[in-house]
Design a protein around this ligand. Structure first.
Ligand SMILES: [Zn+2]
Length: 314
């Protein structure tokens, strides 16, 4: 395999992507990037921690990558502002309307090209420094697929991670401390988190219709229930047989350099997967109804029951 492979985990936030990223990153010749989109705002500007526990200047991996890309420790504050402006342009690409998207892409071509070239340079150096053949990016925003498909010498495999919208909305309601940002994570009302869930998942479907990446849709619940079966299916779909680890009880994770992950990925070095049932017991009825009404077409498409019960199959 001479071409670099990038497995892009797309979908909505709080779907279990950090843990999936870390497990895939244990594979032979694989490297977990975490959420690449966090590199500028959180990691460099806010001095958040890499999953190795260090800020960017002290992380041996990212400091080397940044030095190679910029010829110095990191971009200047002026350059960083320019990069963040371009990143906002990327993250505002209209996902659902093709007409609006075409006009938007045409009018922002310069900034989009700038950001794509930057991404290309970073991934090239990540490959050099890590020696990896398979990179895993759990950014999740579908918007980046526009740029990724234009990268040279990189094959994009789309891993669409979905999780029951009710479990996701419940997770967004909880107060969670993230040691990587040394702060509590954002919380969203179920209406907001479900709107995002619907938009991002539809966005993935729309873009997949247009670009036809090699594609696998993984339900987080299936992954937790039968991780080895799902790992084998991912390998088969992407023609990466024998690459990923298997989980017998628990899996010991080596040191990684993930950006911007969720606290579960940050603190735990030995992981075991457990079914997620707390929301079934504790979520308020009115929240469940709201989320179900807002997301039922996709819930059905993904095979989730509209009225799940605790102890039932979900
Ligand atoms: Zn690190």
């Amino acid at each position: 395999m001479s071409e670099l492979v990038l497995i892009y985990i797309a979908g909505a936030g709080r779907s279990g992507s950090t843990i999936l990223d870390e497990i895939l990153g244990e594979g032979r010749g694989c490297f977990s990037l975490g959420e690449m989109r966090q590199i500028w705002k959180s990691f460099i500007r806010k001095q958040a921690l890499c999953s190795c526990g260090r800020i960017y200047r002290d992380c041996p991996f990212w400091s080397e990558v940044l030095r190679r890309v910029f010829g110095k420790d990191a971009p200047s504050s002026g350059e960083l502002e320019e990069i963040l402006r371009a990143q906002r342009v990327v993250e505002n690409i209209p996902l659902l309307s093709e007409g609006r998207r075409k006009r938007y892409l045409a009018s922002h071509r310069k900034r989009l090209t700038f950001y794509r070239n930057l991404l290309q340079a970073i991934l090239r150096e990540v490959r050099e420094v890590s020696g990896a053949k398979v990179l895993i990016d759990s950014t999740k925003h579908p918007h980046y697929l526009y740029l990724l498909r234009e990268l040279e010498d990189i094959r994009i495999f789309l891993l669409h991670l979905v999780r029951d919208s009710r479990a996701v909305a419940f997770s967004w309601l909880r107060r969670k401390y993230n040691p990587a940002i040394r702060d509590y994570m954002k919380r969203h009302h179920p209406y907001t988190s479900t709107r995002l869930w619907v938009r991002f998942n539809w966005g993935v479907h729309r873009l997949q219709e247009v670009f036809s990446f090699p594609y696998y849709r993984l339900r987080y619940e299936d992954f937790v229930r039968a991780p080895n079966r799902e790992l084998a299916r991912i390998e088969e779909t992407f023609n990466l047989q024998g690459v990923f680890p298997r989980i017998e009880g628990c899996l010991k994770l080596g040191e990684k350099h993930l950006l911007g992950g969720n606290p579960a990925g940050f603190v735990s070095r030995e992981i075991s997967l457990r079914p997620d049932t707390q929301w079934l017991k504790e979520m308020r009825v009115r929240d469940r109804i709201l989320v179900t009404l807002m997301s039922w077409p996709l819930l059905r498409r993904y095979g989730y029951p509209l009225f799940p019960t605790f102890g039932g199959k979900n």
